[in-house]
Design a protein. Structure first.
Length: 184
């Protein structure tokens, strides 16, 4: 493929601190992305329409090109587009919005377990910690995996790790070593 760099699967990469949102979309189970898009269509249709318009513009297309497709084809096109490096920012914002609005209980539970101040809905109110205690992280992951979809938990942890430049070494290690934390 000329001009397009292949993305190495996350599981085979030695350095996860460079993982970007578009790479997460490459590795995640498409069903998780479909669930996210379904949620936006049901709960915040304006975000869905805005995402389609922004992604279409990034590909130098009119939004109507995507909107005329069947829902299944729209979702496939959106996922393929979110896997592009040029769409990294919109992809990160989209998944953050979904997690912040649609998975508040999970975010709050994680923050509580690792000791991060938040607004009760999982939105961080103070500074992010410099380090995350490994024992607290283990307890948080065990609880989240017991209560929520493991793929959504893994997606959240991957996206959370993007919030600090270089991520957190303990979270990197957990994501790489815990077999339960797989995106696909």
């Amino acid at each position: 493929m000329l001009g397009k760099k292949a993305v190495e699967p996350l599981e085979s990469r030695p350095d996860t601190t460079t993982v970007k949102a578009y790479e997460i979309y490459t590795a995640v189970d498409p069903a998780v992305v479909h669930s996210m898009l379904d949620w936006f269509r049901a709960h915040d249709r304006n975000v869905y329409k805005s995402a389609v318009a922004t992604l279409a513009q990034a590909r130098k297309l009119r939004a109507v090109f995507v909107q005329k497709k069947s829902l299944q084809d729209q979702y496939a096109w959106i996922l393929k587009t979110l896997q592009m490096k040029a769409c990294d920012t919109i992809g990160e914002h989209l998944v953050q919005a979904w997690l912040m609005a649609g998975h508040q209980e999970m975010l709050a539970a994680f923050c509580d377990k690792v000791g991060i101040e938040h607004d009760g809905k999982g939105s961080v109110t103070g500074e992010l910690p410099e380090e995350i205690d490994a024992a607290k992280l283990d307890a948080a992951v065990d609880e989240l995996l017991g209560r929520f979809d493991p793929k959504v938990v893994t997606l959240y942890l991957r996206v959370f790790n993007l919030q600090k430049f270089g991520g957190w070494p303990t979270l990197d290690a957990k994501l790489e070593s815990d077999e339960r934390l797989k995106l696909a």
